[in-house]
Design a protein around this ligand. Sequence first.
Ligand code: FES
Length: 127
Amino acid sequence: MPKLTIYNPRGEKEAEGEVPEGLSLLEASLKLGAHHGSACGGVLACSTCHCWVKKGFESLNDMEDGESDYLDRAYDVKPYSRLGCQARVAGKDLVYQITEESENTWYDEHPKERKEAEAAGKWPPKK
Ligand code: FES
């Protein structure tokens, strides 16, 4: 099974592990315990699952027009950007970073964890 290494927006390693081929990056992140947000629940109706794929980008399924359209609405889009709910794990190991927009969405969906992160000084990110 491909090995995934997932970084948070601050460049800290957040999760690592093997997942089966065919999972979306969003599904894989959540399976491995990473804070990967998805305001629309993964149905291609937002851009909050945006992530930067830093290794293994070429192994992912091709981007379709709908993903490209929503990715245009994301912040800080890079040539190696993908929407986590649309990009699927194939046969190669991957390294990707969850964007601040996506992590913030995850905290919106998890208010208890947000309070804990704020109390611990881990959120919001220091600029
Ligand atoms: S979670 Fe909304 S487009 Fe991916």
